[in-house]
Design a protein around this ligand. Structure first.
Ligand code: ADP
Length: 453
């Protein structure tokens, strides 16, 4: 029986920041993940590989559009490059681990036995504290022929077997993964069809953002709303997708690849019940703002608690759990889900943070909008990417920035400056007075604030 201060279940963003912080402070830690690598699903098959491929698509799109130079995509090269990026980061993480003899990492699954005991392969562990950060996985729906379909994990996983670009693909779903993959592969050169069961894309995203995205998205992407999938069959090396269209007519598409983007679901370690850990009604581990579960010595961080399923939230939650463990379980640090930047990495990208109109209305908050249109922006003009805007929502009276969105160029980076402003309660005057670097799209942030003063 190995006795440790903290057992950390998983090796993703929900886990390794806590492990490193606790190790620095001298705690004895065992962390385990069957991947045998740190970085979790985000690095192994999620955000890092998908955004590497997206950056390559962005290069192609800009080169063709601005330099008028046709790029023939060597997809296997893109996949090799993606694998290289992943390897660089695996190595970086394993070097981090080497600095701490008091932090042991095992490449196996953890099985809980009770609230203080677990087994990891043949190793039996007794732990004072436990952090569960086991993440989520694609929710693969079952229907006739579902075995012929893949998920985004199959495309983006480390050393993916998919090395050639599909000439044609059908994506099932209308969420962020469906639209990101659709816009990326459309640029790389695949003919993309998206079948959406409902009449709505990006459920829960502000309608203005959704309609701006739909208006700016390449019209070559075939998006069919109210078109439920019925079955998929394989015939002569092709996949035949059967569905009904919005008028209820039976239709089919013959394609090379069918991608299911039908949401994600929590992954729970075996023995969660033996440890007495309670789940919420959706099956995620229930936690409070200090990341503590219903069991006093067990914390659950990252995607598995369903609070905010983003890598950067997982990292912050991981540090919150570590800080609270270092305070002997007293809640001294809290996760604030009000100022988490969210980006949908489509072409164009859309980003948002904090309280935007729907939430403001629900909370009865009056606001004033400061708007900056990219058509007036120097860098947007350099790239001829004039659609889109920066919009900041200021509370009426105090003029405190409470939320923002950005549609278009550089939105994934720009949203961070606004995040700092919102998280720290800056007001329109303070944002307006800051001289953002010229000529970058950041200038639009102070300009949007100035527009209301
Ligand atoms: P997060 O962003 O919340 O860290 P990820 O999905 O990126 O979530 O990472 C979760 C990690 O947890 C994955 O790498 C997965 O292999 C690991 N994991 C899942 N179940 C177990 C388990 N029972 N024991 C150890 N690790 C696990």
């Amino acid at each position: 029986m190995e006795k440790v201060d903290v057992l950390i279940i998983g090796g993703g963003g929900a886990c390794y920041p806590a492990a490193l912080r606790l190790a620095e402070s001298g705690y004895n830690i065992v962390m385990a993940d069957p991947k045998g690598q740190l970085g979790g699903n985000c690095l192994y098959m999620g955000c890092i590989p998908s955004k590497t491929v997206r950056e390559m698509a962005q290069l192609k799109e800009r080169t063709e559009r601005i330099l008028n130079h046709k790029v023939n995509v060597n997809y296997s090269f893109i996949q090799d490059h993606k694998d290289n990026v992943q390897e660089t980061r695996f190595l970086q993480h394993s070097n981090d681990l080497k600095s701490f003899p008091n932090l042991k990492f095992l490449g196996e699954k953890v099985m809980l036995k009770d609230a203080n005991h677990a087994s990891i392969g043949s190793t039996e562990i007794e732990a004072k504290y436990i952090i569960v950060g086991t993440g989520t996985e694609p929710n693969k729906v079952n229907f006739p022929g579902s075995e012929y379909c893949i998920t985004s994990d199959d495309i983006f996983t480390y050393k993916s077997k998919i090395r050639s670009l599909p000439s044609d693909m059908v994506i099932i779903g209308g969420g962020y993964i469906a639209l990101e993959v659709a816009t990326i592969y459309n640029i790389l050169g695949s003919k993309v069809h998206v079948l959406v069961r409902s009449g709505k894309l990006l459920d829960r995203v502000e309608p203005y953002l959704v309609s701006s995205l739909i208006n700016s998205m390449d019209k070559n992407i075939d998006i069919q709303m109210n078109s439920p999938l019925e079955s998929v069959e394989e015939k002569d090396g092709k996949k035949i997708v059967h569905y009904s269209d919005s008028s209820g007519n039976k239709k089919e598409i013959s394609t090379e690849m069918v991608l299911l983007a039908t949401g994600r679901k929590p992954v729970l370690p075996e023995g969660i019940d033996k440890a007495g850990i309670k789940l919420d009604e959706r099956g995620y581990i229930k936690v409070d703002e200090s990341m503590k579960s219903n069991i006093a010595n067990i914390y659950a961080t990252g995607d598995v608690n369903g609070l905010s399923p983003y890598f950067h939230s997982a990292v912050r939650q991981s540090i919150v759990a570590a800080n609270n463990i270092m305070a002997n379980g007293k809640a001294v640090d809290y996760f604030d889900s009000n100022a988490v930047p969210i980006t949908i990495f489509t072409f164009p990208p859309i980003s948002y943070i904090g309280i935007t109109p729907i939430a403001a209305k629900a909370r009865g908050i009056d606001y004033i909008e400061g708007i900056y249109k990219f058509k007036n922006d120097a860098k947007a003009q350099m790239y001829d990417e004039l659609a889109g805007e920066i919009r900041i929502f200021f509370e009426k009276g105090s003029l405190r920035a409470i939320g923002a969105w950005i549609i278009g160029i550089d939105s994934p980076s720009l949203i961070n400056e606004l995040g700092i402003a919102i998280a720290n309660g800056l007001n329109a005057r303070q944002i307006a007075d800051y001289a953002d670097q010229h000529p970058t799209t950041n200038e639009g942030i102070s300009a949007a604030a100035r527009s209301i003063l």
